[in-house]
Design a protein around this ligand. Structure first.
Ligand SMILES: [Zn+2]
Length: 416
């Protein structure tokens, strides 16, 4: 790791996390907060300063940058992606990062929160990180390493490619996206403009992981319609949609096929929102499985149960609408097996032991892969995302820089 510049990487990361880019679901604008513009403008300046000539900050706040290949290389373009926003689950306003240098082991206290500690027992990966530089919050906000670790890693790669002309690489495309955390990360991504053959999101956990699968996902919108009438004259006339909805929910499995009772490769049906009253109730249920074919099985099951409840409550109608969300990343990656092979090879060349991992959720890469751009997700030193207990490891971020530089070298021999 001698050729790196960890101090610059650290300063970069600290600069980015202090800009509040909390995504706001109800904003009505894209991107959903001003901070994403602010961070975007800073990145454009830094890209210019690093010598990148072609940069576009789009009307939607996305940043594209095109890096020319190194001398004499004529290979397929590779894109590197990260997202500017942070999760609305914990505020990102007023982030005061705490830098723990030469971590000695043990629990880490967060300075501005009573009784908030990052416990070694709850974070077993800490035992391997003695002597490292860790970055935590002060306990009042999230850190935003998800995904400013990815942003910092990519910016550092851009700067190193400029400084180290001996490194072999093909054309590199950088893309910073907005509002990933509220499911709108790739809405305005123009794949033709990006013009890449393969892409990598730098948005992964810890180190040495290549995310190669995500859930396949649908959303069920369930409308329960009853009949409302004043309770004083309701006898034999009222049909209470609330009672029907409650009955329906009761029939959803809880011991199996629920997020609270599953892990690993197990799928689930997850009711997460209920709205309405006597006349009408709307339920939202997430359908998730690694096997895409299972989703239609789950939908069929919801319809069967809906019919049963209708039979139990004469006059009640239950309508089940399925909306497609995203598909297992693996489906899209299978078209370009080298996307994952080369990533694993890059780790091995650095003497590391990579793992192929699965995500019990979605990534921007799942949507991009479905649209034809194979996009695995790589580790970049994130831990405990979306939480005041979030932390990042500088050495793992530096590793991500090295891995991607190696990966770009591997792709530089590929012409189609
Ligand atoms: Zn992320």
């Amino acid at each position: 790791m001698a050729s790196g510049n960890p101090q610059r990487l650290l300063e970069r990361f600290l600069r980015y996390v202090q800009i509040d880019t909390t995504a706001q679901e109800s904003a009505g604008t894209y991107p959903s907060c001003e901070g994403q513009w602010e961070l975007g403008r800073l990145l454009v300046e830094e890209l210019h300063a690093a010598g990148v000539e072609r940069i576009e900050h789009t009307q939607h706040g996305l940043i594209y940058a095109w890096l020319a290949p190194s001398q004499g290389v004529d290979s397929v373009p590779v894109a590197l992606l990260a997202h500017l926003d942070t999760s609305p689950e914990t505020t990102g306003r007023g982030v005061k990062p705490q830098v723990v240098r030469n971590y000695a082991g043990g629990d880490i206290r967060l300075p501005n929160a009573e009784a908030l500690w990052i416990r070694e027992a709850e974070n077993p990966e800490l035992t391997k990180l003695r002597g490292c530089t860790l970055i935590t919050t002060d306990g009042r906000t999230l850190l935003g390493a998800d995904d400013k670790a990815g942003v910092a890693v990519i910016m550092e790669i851009v700067e190193r490619l400029g400084e180290q002309p001996h490194r072999r690489h093909g054309p590199v495309r950088v893309l910073f996206t907005c509002d990933e955390e509220i499911g709108r990360g790739v809405e305005f991504v123009d794949l033709e403009k990006l013009g890449a053959r393969v892409a990598y999101t730098l948005d992964g956990h810890g180190a040495d992981e290549v995310d190669v699968e995500t859930f396949s996902a649908d959303l069920a919108l369930i409308r329960v319609r009853g009949r409302n009438i004043h309770p004083s004259i309701a006898k034999g006339r009222m049909v209470n949609a609330l009672r029907g909805a409650a009955r329906f929910l009761e029939r959803l499995p809880r011991e199996i096929l629920a997020p609270e009772s599953t892990e690993g490769r197990q799928g689930f049906l997850h009711p997460y929102q209920i709205q309405g009253g006597v006349g009408e109730v709307t339920l939202r249920v997430l359908l998730r499985d690694f096997k895409t074919s299972k989703l239609s099985e789950y939908a069929g099951w919801l319809r069967t149960e809906a019919a049963r409840v209708e039979a139990e409550f004469p006059g009640l109608s239950i309508d089940v609408q399925i909306q497609r969300q995203y598909r297992n990343l693996r489906d899209g990656l299978s078209r370009e097996p080298r996307a994952v092979q080369f990533a694993l090879e890059a780790y091995r060349r650095l003497g590391r032991e990579p793992r192929e991992t699965i995500v019990r959720g979605g990534t921007d890469g799942a949507l991009l892969s479905e649209r034809g751009l194979p996009t695995p997700n790589l580790s970049c030193g994130q831990h405990n995302p979306h939480s005041p207990l979030e932390w990042a490891c500088l050495e793992e971020m530096e590793q991500a820089v090295q891995v991607v530089l190696e990966l770009l070298a591997l792709w530089s021999d590929v012409r189609e």
